[in-house]
Design a binder for this molecule. Structure first.
Ligand code: UDP
Length: 444
């Protein structure tokens, strides 16, 4: 067991209301956050900290509790209908969800959970209540922010409602500590959401570096039924306007319009999510209207063991998102030695080193994307050099390191809390009084 284990931390309640860590990422509402929640839980459990993850049950077949791995329980809380509840209607079920979480805790001795870590603002709302009831600190990770997303909407995308930003601001004010993926996200939390810099920690996400490693490209292509004599440029992720796979399809059409003999293949891996350009069908239509249907291959969402082959098989992985708080796909691809062409937005500026491990493109103009891809494909040696750099760069982003950062933040949260409680003890007699005083102190 690692010496990094927090001596005062036995069990953490992790809240992930809208998406289960056990769901297949890459479609619907399941993406990087699911991977983040599961991978950090695995690291915590390895260090002797038990994790109980609360998520909303989305099927009548979901058992009440699942042991995801030793030391990790996933609790499926019934809150609203199993299927068919739109993400935009989830706020109506927060009360029911909170009740499920509070009832579970009430079945145990007081002090069963040492800390609450909420993911995304919906969970933050529930975490805020749980923290006040249980008298333990709340650590919150936003993952994405409405104000940031709305400032960089893709064409045809629906703006996030004002209610979300109000909810986010409340959670930012209430949380004892905030985790930002990058210093840029910390700046957004501080400048746009008024977060206190003293309670904001930057902890980078990671990749499963034992799984995402370079491998035999030809074997990976054989495994996926792809040809060996083509340039393969790949998109991996949820198909939605924000992720902008259409930017890659248009860039490919532009490249082929300039050189019809170019052996180019676009590989799109993932499933529909959200509104607008969400259906792979609409990308199929786009490819057809641009006359490049033959050069575009679609694969449904892939589990990690297959995804590693996708990254290995690709010459370049493209991440054209309009906004991205980090971009796990960029790190996973680089860990496999594949350079990345990414939009220079949000965390992608940290995940990719321009001209070293790939290219960061300003904006989403077709010509800029096609010339970046053309430049990368033109020089095989340069592509190999970037791939090697990419692997070295990705080695800085492990889930072990993320867990170390989270534990440091948890400790700070506990210290602040214990310190405040210690000061109260001399002045108050009951826990309820103490909690009221604590809230006052935190607000001072
Ligand atoms: N993913 C996957 N299979 C797929 C597509 C994506 O497992 O077919 C995973 C991918 O490995 C990554 C996550 O989904 O860990 C997407 O995270 P990212 O941060 O790139 O985007 P997000 O979904 O958070 O917007």
């Amino acid at each position: 067991m690692s010496s990094l284990r927090s001596s005062r931390l036995k069990r953490v309640a992790v809240l992930s209301v809208h998406t289960s860590p056990l769901a297949q990422p890459g479609t619907g509402d399941a993406g990087g956050m699911n991977v983040y929640v599961l991978q950090t839980a695995l690291q915590m459990a390895r260090r002797g900290v038990e994790v109980e993850i609360f998520t909303r049950a989305t099927s009548s077949a979901d058992p009440t509790v699942v042991e995801a791995a030793p030391g990790i329980l996933v609790r499926n809380v019934v809150a609203g209908p199993f299927e068919g509840l739109d993400k935009s209607d989830l706020p109506t079920q927060l009360c029911a969800f909170a009740a499920g979480v509070l009832r579970e805790e009430a079945r145990h001795e007081p002090g069963y959970y040492d800390l609450v870590h909420s993911h995304y603002w919906l969970s933050g709302q529930v975490g805020w209540l749980a923290r006040d009831r249980w008298g333990v600190p709340l650590v919150h990770t936003a993952h994405t922010l409405a104000a940031v997303k709305n400032a960089a909407l893709a064409e045809g995308d629906t703006p996030e409602p004002a209610a979300r930003e109000i909810g986010e601001r409340q959670v930012v004010a209430e949380a004892d500590r905030l985790i930002a993926n990058t210093s840029e996200e910390a700046k957004q939390l501080i400048e746009t959401y008024g977060a206190s810099p003293e309670k904001t920690d930057v902890v980078a996400p990671g990749a499963d570096l034992a799984k995402y490693r370079p491998g035999d490209r030809a074997a990976a292509r054989r495994e996926l039924g792809l040809r060996d004599d083509e340039h393969i440029v790949t998109f991996v992720g949820r198909i939605q306007p924000l992720k902008a796979p259409d930017v890659l399809v248009r860039a490919a059409a532009d490249l082929l319009a300039r050189d019809a003999t170019m052996p180019l293949r676009v590989l799109i891996v993932g499933g529909p999510s959200g509104t607008g350009l969400e259906r792979p069908d609409s990308l199929i239509d786009l490819a057809r209207s641009l006359g490049i249907s033959e050069q575009v291959t679609f694969l449904p969402p892939q589990p990690p063991d297959r995804l590693v082959e996708v990254y290995r098989a690709s010459d370049i992985v493209a991440v054209p998102s309009y906004s991205e708080s980090f971009g796990l796909v960029a790190i996973e691809a680089q860990a496999c030695g594949t350079p990345v062409v990414a939009a220079d937005v949000g965390g992608l500026g940290t995940a990719v080193r321009n001209r070293e491990t790939g290219i960061l493109v300003q904006g989403h103009r077709t010509e800029d994307w096609s010339s970046a891809i053309r430049w990368m494909l033109a020089d095989k040696h340069e592509l190999v050099r970037m791939g090697e750099n990419a692997q070295r760069h990705a080695a800085n982003f492990s889930w072990e390191r993320t867990a170390t950062g989270l534990l440091a933040s948890y400790e700070k949260a506990q210290e602040t809390y214990a310190g405040a409680l210690g000061r109260i003890d001399t002045q108050t007699t009951t826990k309820v009084d103490a909690m009221h005083r604590l809230r006052e102190l935190i607000r001072l």
